[in-house]
Design a protein around this ligand. Sequence first.
Ligand SMILES: C[S@@+](CC[C@H](N)C(=O)[O-])C[C@H]1O[C@@H](n2cnc3c(N)ncnc32)[C@H](O)[C@@H]1O
Length: 264
Amino acid sequence: MNSAPTDPIAAFQQERHERIAGYAADTAWQELSTSWLRRAFEQRYMHNFSWLDRPIIQTPSDIIAMQQVIWQTRPDLIIETGIAHGGSLIFSASMLALLDISDAIEAGEKLNPRVTRRKVLGIDIDIRAHNRAAIEAHPLASRIDMIQGSSIAPEIIEQARAIAANYSRVLVCLDSNHTHKHVLAELDAYAELTSRGSYCVVFDTIIEDMPEDLFPDRPWGPGNNPKTAVWTYLKSHPEFEIDMSIQNRLLITAAPDGYLKRVA
Ligand SMILES: C[S@@+](CC[C@H](N)C(=O)[O-])C[C@H]1O[C@@H](n2cnc3c(N)ncnc32)[C@H](O)[C@@H]1O
C-alpha cells in the first residue's frame, strides 16, 4: 500500500526525508565525503568563499545548513565565538535581517531597516584592525556587536550572558580555538544560553576524522578537537541531542556530530 501523502509539498518532503535517512547507511559515500574533506583542508578550500563581500571560513554546504537552521528556529540573538574576517557574522546578520523583514510582512508593518531588533554577538581573542574596520563599515554592521577577548575568560562570558538575558531565542555557534579543552569550556559557558528548540553548533568537529598529520602547526588533531569535546559534554547534558538529519543530508560537512539541538 502506498502511504505517500496526496499534498504534493508534503509528498516531496516525505520523499526527501526518507531518502536522506537512507544516506545514513551509505558508508562508502560517507568515506568518500571524508576523503573529499581531507583534500579540501589540504587545499584551504574553506577559505575560498565570501558572504556579502566578507571572507567566510566555512564549507558552503554548512552555510546552506545554517540558513535552514536559522530560518526554522528564528533566533533573535546569535552568539558566535571566532570572528576571523567576519564572514560568518555577516552571514548571520543577513539571515536575521531577512527574519525581521518576514516578521514585518506577516504583521503588516512597514519595516524600518535602521531598527534592528535581532542581533549577532561575535567574540574573538584577536579582532584584527582591518577586519574590525571592514565589519564596522558593512551595511549590516548595525546588527553586529563584537567583544574582543578569550571566549572562555570569565569577564567575557559574563558580558555575553548579560547580553543574552535581553533576548528570548538564542542560537550559539562555536568556531574559535579547536582544542578539546577550549571547546569543552566554551560548551560549559555558552551552550546553556541556547534556547529550547534552538541549536548550539560546534564547527570543525571533522578534525576527529582527519589524519594525525593534517594540522602540523596546530594543537588540535584526532583525539583532541571539537568532536571529542561534544562527546564529553553530551554525557552529562541530555538536554542536547545531535541532529543527525543535518549531517546525513550534507555528507560534506565540517561539523559532523556538531549540530546540537536543545530538546529540553
Ligand atoms: C576559524 S576562525 C573563525 C571563522 C569564522 N567563524 C568564519 O566562519 O568566518 C577562528 C577564530 O577564532 C579566534 N580564536 C582563537 N582562539 C580564541 C579564543 N580563545 N577566544 C576567542 N576567539 C579565539 C581566532 O582569532 C580566529 O579569528
